[in-house]
Write a protein of this length. Structure first.
Length: 328
């Protein structure tokens, strides 16, 4: 008798399932209610975040400080660098590992960005064709390997740390859990070949000027960056596909960049060694530009830049920059 009751209940439940599914299918639809309440989209207020979205009484934010030494090889179109990241865990959670962004890896031939791209951005009426731009990219992949080359990852005492690279993300396992309010140091060495901006587009790469046979370099996303860790989503470690913008931790930067002596470097932050990289006249212009903003001021004039192009050099200069409490 008891067994029959269970079977009967199960039969009723199973028979009701299709009707329930149909009801859900009918009510959800594909329409967007412009006046719907946002409880399902916004997290409930807590001690970290108020209902308005403002920081709460227990709000926290991680900090990542960077000390980087980088060198540009103009001939090979290549950057080699070493860096030390000091990471402070301001969260209430012990962390057994940390994540870093390897954004240059979108230029790898087997990157998720490349594998998820369409053959063409044109209308389907044109057919599934491949344009000259795509062919140039294919040739570039065959000619030059792109993406980060991670040479070493160690702790502050130069002990090798275990790490795993997953496309544009890298997880570094810590030798012991990083306690709340604790600090850890990670040292890295890396390199990568700079992409041709005329081939790949985007916000970084080198550009060649055929009339003078010179190059300019605009480099973004050129060093491993700490992934943001927050109270509402934990690690922000979605793969970078080339679109959108990053959530980054704030921190202090001390960056030295060695380039050919005829190059001029601009960067986030404040130049620390103008006496070593600028002429006396250029330093005077820089000082004047800091005092007044009534009109644009050339620190290096077009005439000086043209003279640098013509002379060429095998010497190098190291430019040092510092920036405090910035995201990048």
């Amino acid at each position: 008798m008891k067994l029959a009751w269970v079977a009967a209940v199960a039969a009723v439940f199973l028979s009701a399932a299709p009707a329930m599914a149909d009801a859900n299918k009918q009510t959800k639809g594909n329409w967007d209610d412009k006046f719907r309440q946002l409880e399902v989209d916004l997290p409930s207020p807590n001690t970290y975040r108020a209902a308005s979205g403002a920081p709460g009484e227990s709000y926290w934010q991680q900090q990542a400080d960077y000390q980087i030494n980088a060198t540009l090889d103009e001939v090979k179109k290549r950057i080699t660098a070493t860096g030390t990241i000091t990471y402070r865990n301001n969260s209430p959670h012990p962390l057994n590992y940390i994540w870093l962004q390897l954004d240059q890896n979108i230029f790898k031939q087997d990157s998720a960005s490349r594998r998820s791209a369409k053959a063409t951005a044109g209308p389907m009426s044109r057919g599934d064709t491949v344009g000259m731009g795509a062919i140039r990219q294919l040739q570039s992949y065959q000619d030059t390997p792109h993406g980060f080359e991670i040479e070493s990852v160690t702790d502050g005492g130069s002990r090798a740390l275990r790490y795993v690279v997953n496309d544009t993300m890298m997880r570094v396992d810590l030798p012991q859990a990083l306690a709340p309010k604790g600090t850890t140091t990670i040292k890295l060495a890396w390199a990568f070949n700079i992409v041709d901006n005329d081939v790949f587009g985007g916000r970084s790469g080198y550009e060649h000027f055929a009339d003078s046979d010179t190059y300019t370099f605009f480099q973004a996303q050129w060093f491993p960056r700490l992934v943001a860790y927050t109270d509402y989503t934990g690690w922000q470690h979605k793969q970078f596909l080339g679109q959108g913008e990053f959530t980054l931790e704030f921190g202090n930067y001390d960056v030295s960049i060695t380039v050919p002596a005829d190059h001029i470097v601009t960067s986030t932050g404040v130049l620390q060694n103008p006496n070593e990289v600028l002429t006396a006249e250029q330093r005077n212009r820089l000082a004047q530009a800091r005092r007044e903003y009534s009109k644009p001021m050339y620190i290096v004039t077009p005439e000086e830049a043209l003279a640098n192009e013509k002379e060429g050099t095998t010497a190098t200069k190291t430019w040092r920059w510092k920036a405090g409490n910035v995201r990048d």
